[in-house]
Design a protein around this ligand. Sequence first.
Ligand code: NCD
Ligand code: ZN
Length: 359
Amino acid sequence: MNYTLPKWYDLHVHFRQGEAIGDYIRAHLDMGCAGALAMPNTKPPVAKVFEADDGDCWSIEGYRDQLMKAGANAFEHLLTPLYLTKDTDASMIASGAEKRLLQCAKYYPPHGTTNADHGYPLQKFMENGVFEAMQDNGVILNIHGEEHGLSGEQYFGQNSNAEDTFYSTHMVELREKFPKLKIVCEHITTKTAADFVARSGDNIGATITPQHLLYTVADLLQGLKYHLYCLPLVKFEEDRKSLLSSALSENNTQFFAGTDSAPHTEKATECGCAAGCFTGLIAPQLYAQAFDLNDSNLNAFKSFLCLNGANFYDLNVPKETFTLEKKPSQVTALETSVGSVTPLSLGLGQDTLDWTIKV
Ligand code: NCD
Ligand code: ZN
């Protein structure tokens, strides 16, 4: 089996900062990416629009420049969201949108994930004019949808978890208050979130990662496979099935690829584990595996990987193509100048994939 598809956009990826940026971008180009949305949780965060604006944080202008110099100029499109912090205000949104540097902005739950220390509660942005300005100026909101500050059973329990809570409370309110705001529910992991998106209009979409389509918390726990530790956590089989059927649905226009590929050179330490799975070089192969890609679901696969995200962000569908072939391929660690990064599959003890990619 051999499928040739248009190059695709990874609409949620972490390219980080420093010397390894170029290695991470190269890994994305080598898996057929025509573009990417590079998340702003760098150190320091990308929390202002223009280089000349006040504040010690990085700017979209400056971060784009770094990425371009490191190889992102080979992409057809590069999206660079603003990190929403306590210092974000409506005028930043309006001026950034006017100069066309600001196309999207990312909400992080305070302290909720890797480098989310600058996050600010969602409720504040509903009241301080930021979401209103985004809605008025057509700026897309990228949401990490987890309730922050929960512990124990409420954070990850039998009947609910931080994502369930977030989608059944804040997201309902957000959709009601800002009905025209374009929202991407990032890396959804639960049936609750998938149902929320499916019941919303076309202005609300969602990214789904390969790991959340393939694995559950059981895979993480059996043998404590910490390379599968990412946030939001992988959930239960009912959730995984719901994500998969959303992605596989014939008339799906709202769910699309965003790998959340998140390189960590130091994953587990004595005091814990960094959240994030690295799927550079291997994401289309993993998505193909999750779909069990074949002639009958090829259209759904193409919509999910190549069309829906491009449509949501108003990007062209690339003319260039890449090919997936059902033939085993080897997975190896990515060696960078700042250290070695273990791809998810290798971290789960699998050094071969079912699919081979040709770009
Ligand atoms: C991401 C990272 O490492 O930057 N980690 C993760 O577990 N997904 C941050 C994020 O997207 O939450
Ligand atoms: Zn992410």
